[in-house]
Design a protein around this ligand. Structure first.
Ligand code: 13P
Ligand code: SF4
Length: 299
């Protein structure tokens, strides 16, 4: 069985497999650790593995490489990127900074390493509120690239960060109508959505959280069932952790096509050294790690 071969090869090659909560169920099952972006960053920093197979999208593998520079970080699917991360290119940000030299720049971790090299601090959806609250609001702040996450923070904290015009296709097309329809079908289930959803969707949900935040919410809730407004891999993750509760999706499937590119056969190949090894220019490595370390210190 492929699954057994993977587990054997993982041991033989002393590899740690990290997986994001959105990957396919069979990939989650063979991972050493599944988590949200913040947890995966912490894991990459703390594990002293010399080989990491990273089952997630490219910016996540880059973050692992920045925090664990001696490790060989392999992405099973070379073409698994995050379109939102590509919406803020380093050149565009460099030009923006030239026109706005006083701005403090907060980057969602969903950014390329080249963009991170130009910013002051990173955040994930799991720590953004905690970190942004502590920033000096006398300075103009630019939040990039997710305009939805930025707008949700502005609203919750009563602040006025400038917003880059990026967004996640997967979450941006969740509508208030989807939430209302799900509520009609499951009236007793709290609605939990991701912070990358539009503000009007967040407004009618019971909670807007990171994927790890959703796990904590369910753990602390007495409800027996929940409506989940995020990528459907999360529903499998929640069902695995809480087999006695029910989790419902929205009326149409919510999928991140890039996360779904990571398959068990590709994970097997990655353990054999195939796939994409993350390699970053030394100069980018040195500068891009700083905002991530600042984030980890503050979260
Ligand atoms: P989390 O950090 O909440 O897992 O989110 C990452 C992501 O890309 C969501 O689309
Ligand atoms: Fe990027 Fe959206 Fe996929 Fe998350 S769900 S990795 S933000 S495209």
């Amino acid at each position: 069985m492929l699954k057994d071969d993977i587990l054997r090869l993982k041991k033989e090659t002393k590899t740690i497999i990290l997986a994001h909560n959105y990957v396919e169920s069979d990939v989650q099952d063979i991972a050493d650790f599944c988590g949200d972006s913040l947890e995966l960053s912490r894991k990459a920093k703390d594990c002293d593995a010399s080989n990491i197979v990273f089952c997630g999208v490219r910016f996540m593998g880059e973050t692992a490489k920045l925090l664990s520079p001696k490790a060989r970080v392999i992405m099973p699917a070379a073409n698994a990127g995050c379109p939102m991360a590509e919406m803020c290119q380093a050149d565009a940000l460099r030009a923006w900074k030239a026109d706005n030299p006083d701005a403090y720049i907060v980057a969602y971790v969903n950014t390329t390493a080249a963009t991170k090299a130009l910013v002051d601090i990173c955040v994930t959806s799991g720590n953004a509120e905690r970190i942004v609250t502590k920033l000096d609001t006398n300075r103009p702040i630019m939040f990039l690239p997710d305009q939805n996450l930025g707008a949700n923070l502005n609203r919750k904290l009563g602040i006025h960060m400038m917003l880059w015009n990026g967004y996640c296709h997967t979450h941006n097309h969740i509508s208030t109508n989807d939430i209302q329809q799900a509520k009609v079908l499951h009236p007793d289930s709290p609605v939990i959505v991701h912070l990358e959803c539009k503000p009007e969707v967040v407004e009618i949900a019971d909670a807007a959280l990171s994927t790890a935040g959703m796990i904590t919410y369910v753990r602390n809730s007495s409800a027996k069932s929940f409506i989940i407004g995020t990528e459907e891999g999360m529903i499998y993750r929640l069902k695995t952790l809480f087999p006695d509760r029910s989790f419902y999706g929205l009326p149409h499937p919510i999928l991140c096509p890039n996360m779904k590119r990571i398959t068990l056969p590709l994970v097997y190949d990655a353990l054999l050294g195939k796939g994409l090894e993350i390699q970053l220019p030394e100069e980018i490595m040195q500068r891009a790690v700083l905002p991530i370390e600042r984030m980890l210190e503050m979260s």
